[in-house]
Design a protein around this ligand. Sequence first.
Ligand SMILES: Nc1ncnc2c1ncn2[C@@H]1O[C@H](COP(=O)(O)OP(=O)(O)OP(=O)(O)O)[C@@H](O)[C@H]1O
Ligand SMILES: [Zn+2]
Ligand SMILES: [Zn+2]
Length: 804
Amino acid sequence: MSFLIAEVIVDVSTYHVDRPFDYEVPTEWVNIIEMGCRVKVPFGPRNVLGFVVGLKNKTDVPSNKLKSIAQILDIEPVLTEEMLSMAKWLKNETICYEIDALQVMLPSALRAKYEKIIMMQEDKDALPEEAKAIFGKRQQANFKEFERAELLPLLKQLITNKIVKIENVVKQQGNVKEIRMVKISDKQQDISKAMEGAARAAKQRQLIEWMGRHLGEVLLPQRIYEETGASSAVLQSVIDKGAAHFIQEEVYRDPFTREVSRTQSLQLTDEQHVALKAIVGSMEEQTAKTFLLHGVTGSGKTEIYLQAIQKVLDEGKEAIMLVPEISLTPQMTERFRSRFGEMVAVMHSGLSVGEKYDEWRKIQQGKVSVVVGARSAIFAPFTNIGLIILDEEHESTYKQEDSPRYHARDVAIWRSEFYKCPVILGSATPALESFARAKKGVYSVLSLKQRALHQPLPTVFIADMREELQKGNRSMFSEQLIDAIRVRLEKKEQMVMFLNRRGYSSFVLCRDCGTVVQCPNCDISLTYHRTTEKLKCHYCGYEERVPQICPQCQSEHIRYFGTGTQKVEEEIYKLFPEARVLRMDVDTTKQKGAHEEILQAFGEGQADILLGTQMIAKGLDFPNITLVGVLSADTSLHLPDYRAAERTFQLLTQVSGRAGRHEKHGEVIIQSYTPEHYAIELAKIQDYEPFYEREMFLRRRSGYPPYYFVALVQISHEDVMMAAEYAGRAADWLRENLSNQVAIIGPTTASISRLQNRYRYQCLIKYKIEPNLIPVLQRLLAMYRAEWIKQGILMTVDLDPSTI
Ligand SMILES: Nc1ncnc2c1ncn2[C@@H]1O[C@H](COP(=O)(O)OP(=O)(O)OP(=O)(O)O)[C@@H](O)[C@H]1O
Ligand SMILES: [Zn+2]
Ligand SMILES: [Zn+2]
């Protein structure tokens, strides 16, 4: 089919209209252009990047207004039609610009500057004369050379016939990595001819003779020098005589740093077997079913993922496996790699731009069938997906905080509907929303109530830190924890010490009675603002001065709360000079591969104690860990967030689950200033459902998700008055345009009230059903884009805020 008009989404995300624009396709490209290609188009005074999202033969734009595409950047589409329709869905689902939705699906290398290279795949004899002329002696040519010679239609043909292939080579940011190899001619006549030409050069004749015995082989020049004793000059002369030629071989940068040994499928437990059977069943039926795999820590969820993926590979399909963050990937990717070897690509934020691009290309070119990665790997350009898995599905990292503000879970379900394949959401502590959906029958629950080897869950003790203080213990370790550490050091068993840094030093706590100062109107902890020495409620705007004495017990030991890992490390050395500590936090993991090294060292028994923040809460599976200490359970409890209790419960359960996963029994000591809080009490008994029931009751009472939906509108400006004024306008406008079923809270200051010199205000929208919501918000956004933005206002809308 040939098309004359292209619909293009342009890269101008300040323009107030978000729709495709029609452009004329220049005649020489009519047969080349495809949906999903990137183009350059004139927009206003300059050329901008755009994506072709539609092709047609008619337009309403009058011909004197119709502009032409300036340049075509891809001859093979970088986005599939699936992705184009996913972008349309994302645009509506998250209220973002379509261009943002399109860009998020590509590796950043493709959003940056690049160059296109045409590489030979076949022998040059297969080329028509015009193309041969462009390549000359080289094995590759620049796209621009074909463009200049007006040979794009021919090029397209060559690509379709797999005679050449096209590569986007990123400039500056990491190129396709290549090494120079020698390809010995595969024709005896070339060898004979070269022999004749080298009549009087003995060394050359020797080399040519040797090549005659290695017809068609591709070797490193180094190898040839070693095997034959020839010098580089001799090799060059032989190449000039046509017995061989240099080629550029592409090598993928290998983000895996070490070798792994292969593993086999384990014999499944009965529970695992039942779960796997259900998943495989829905694969066979080709239905888009979402499973909630709810299994206690150490129950062998990962083994189920591995065997389900094996099934997918047997069917010749592909699988996406999401993990919450980079710190989790070393042990997880290793488990995947030892099962599936080179079939696995990894994608996470720890990779360089070039490495990410390489992994993306491996996926796009079908060189791998499994991707293990963080959130954005959900957009892996597979075209025959058989299974999508989100491990630790409750994690907030699955939600992107920038536009497009998507949740990987929603994208996973969308793609599963497209491919008619199952999704597995795995967790020991599912998000309340997910469990509620499962209870309603939207998801199917698969439960694993036992650990894989029937080991008991660890025994959990709560240490009341208020009592410790009364006993005169001012350190950050309770006596109970000190004793437990001593025993482990003697027995040469390993420990994990977890410092909860979420919500670090942002609230004020009384160390005598555990009181945290709360908002009198909202039942939510007040946030400490260092600059003004004030406590604020960012839900309703209430504020007060930081109290000097505790309002409950009049103690003077009231202050903002928090401590760093480095300080904990020092204290451990003071108490146990013989202990060997490995610290894992943002400071010790700055360097690439540092996570892996620390975990490997710990796994090899080079340390007794692994000390860290959230990074160590999940995924670790080491047989020798018998003690987990949680130094400060409370910090995340007092975050000004309706999900604070849920997050705390999840974190405590996850981190406790690191102990006693193999033969040795595990023990957990949770230190707390509020041991009677239900999130801590219920984490102690390690039972999810009682927590779920309790938390759901509270959510219903206070009108939060999953009973209500919330949407968040944030407005910022360098001038505090402007920010407040426009936030007020937004709130008024929403009140006028939304039904009175909807509660609009605000405007109030945001939890971070000033960020990068901008004052931030917000309005919270709470609703149950509001069919008008999306159109109303879109109109608000259009108003903002057309007018407010000129005043220096920035506004964002989040339909599923992970913190508010
Ligand atoms: N069927 C099985 N037979 C023997 N060992 C198993 C089996 N399934 C899992 N295991 C082992 O049990 C341990 C825990 O399993 P796994 O890490 O898969 O659990 P998980 O549910 O993913 O854990 P978590 O959510 O706590 O990270 C691992 O060491 C794993 O190798
Ligand atoms: Zn309040
Ligand atoms: Zn007090």
